[in-house]
Write a protein that binds this ligand. Structure first.
Ligand code: PLP
Length: 403
């Protein structure tokens, strides 16, 4: 079954919803005919400050008047500035800018391998990853994510990734050998269904990395940049990675990502070892700096935490009101999931019919990833629309099975 228009010449790799969003205002996305959707998907955690945020529009248009692209052959003052700010606000000391999340992970994986190679251990190239992970769609990152449906048919799986169950200490220890270079994990699995890695597990990963001289890589592409109520999700756990990939929210809708690292972890990435044409492009850097102006402003993350608490409490009530539909509330901050008893894709469609955009995830979860700028009124409105969607799903359940 395809929802794509029969005349589309795009690859039919997406089951696209039959709506086209033409413009946006804050948490609202609007079609050409004026239908307004409350956007609790935010382009899959990308529009961190909502649509058409004045500060971002101003930064992008001002940069567009100056220069669009120069390449990494020249010094990039806006990029230097953004990198410095990211380092000041995190564990990191080195930054490489990319265009996407998958490329940020490619950089992270290459960096971990090169670290060991430069220290005289090129045999240490394997990366341990976790079941249910999602790290992107390049050849290496589908191998890292380990999901068969993304790997099948694309030739031999890229070597060097060993996957273990999500919370299985014995399997993890058994997977670490003389060829292991790194452990790679999302602090909260996004695509995998909003599964949070327990803090004790993150601490244990750090200990194992220290014990075996491994790089700890956190994929914070979805969890980062304020999404969980901290600048980065690792801050909740008190342990820091050696390497971290970011993307999605840092661009606020402009395509960009970055690989952050300690100086030590980055020590193998010397002149000529890696590169990109578009990464660190002036337009992206201007927007990235503008995003940080807002997210790192005094009180902003407190606001995210307060809003998140309110939303979570309302969702807990909603779960009690719809026990046939909602099984569990998951996640952290404004990265929340409804684990359902009924098919998540039906729920997403019912929510859309009720004027609310949400995103399906693995493990039959519906993700709520609203822009971080939402307030009380958007929370109340979203919960009312979720209530309506859950009611519609229940009505379907009550109907006799015959079509
Ligand atoms: C979205 C995502 C990616 C891939 O990012 P792209 O920009 O689509 O390449 C990787 N890891 C995580 C955790 C993500 O959420």
């Amino acid at each position: 079954m395809s929802t794509a228009s029969a005349s589309s010449v795009l690859l039919p790799t997406y089951a696209r919803a039959p709506i086209a969003l033409e413009r946006g205002e804050g948490a609202w996305a609007i079609t050409a005919d004026g239908t307004r959707y409350l956007d609790f998907g935010a382009g899959i955690a990308v529009n961190s400050l909502g649509h058409a945020h004045p500060h971002l529009v101003e930064a992008l248009t001002a940069q567009a008047q100056r220069i669009w692209h120069t390449s990494n052959l020249y010094t990039m003052p806006e990029g230097e500035k953004l990198a410095r700010r990211l380092c000041e606000a995190t564990f990191a000391e080195r930054v490489f800018f990319t265009n996407s999340g998958a490329e940020a992970n490619e950089c992270a994986i290459k960096m971990a391998r090169k670290y060991h190679a430069a220290k005289g251990h090129p045999e240490r190239f394997r990366v341990v990853t976790f079941e249910g992970a999602f790290h992107g769609r390049t050849l290496a990152t589908i191998a890292a994510g380990g999901q068969q449906k993304y790997i099948d048919g694309f030739g031999p799986k890229v070597d060097g990734f060993d996957q273990v169950p999500f919370d299985d200490e014995a399997a993890l220890k058994a997977a670490i050998g003389p060829e292991t270079a790194a452990l790679m994990i999302e602090p909260i699995q996004g695509e995998g269904g909003l599964r949070s890695v327990p803090m004790r597990v993150l601490k244990q990963l750090r200990e194992l990395c220290d014990e075996h001289g491994l790089m700890l890589i956190f994929d914070e592409i979805q969890t980062g940049v304020g999404r969980t109520g901290k600048f980065f999700a690792y801050e909740h756990s008190g342990v820091a990675p050696d390497i971290m990939s970011i993307a999605k929210g840092i661009g606020g809708g402009f395509p960009m990502g970055a690989c952050l690292a300690t100086e030590e972890a980055a020590s193998g990435m010397t002149l000529g070892t890696h590169g990109t044409t578009f990464g660190g492009n002036p337009l992206a850097m201007a927007v990235g700096n503008a995003v940080l102006d807002v997210i790192l402003a005094q009180g902003f993350l407190d606001h995210v935490q307060k809003t998140a608490l309110r939303l979570r409490q309302s969702l807990a009530q909603l779960k009690d009101q719809h026990p046939q539909v909602i099984e569990e509330i998951r996640g952290e901050g404004l990265m929340l999931g409804l684990k359902l008893k009924t098919p998540n894709t039906d729920f997403v469609a019912q929510a859309r019919a009720a004027g609310l955009l949400v995103v399906a995830a693995g493990d039959n979860v519906v993700r709520l990833l609203p822009p971080l700028i939402i307030g009380e009124s958007e929370v109340a409105e979203a919960v009312a629309r979720l209530d309506k969607a859950a009611g519609a799903v229940e009505a379907e359940l009550a109907r006799p099975a015959a079509e």
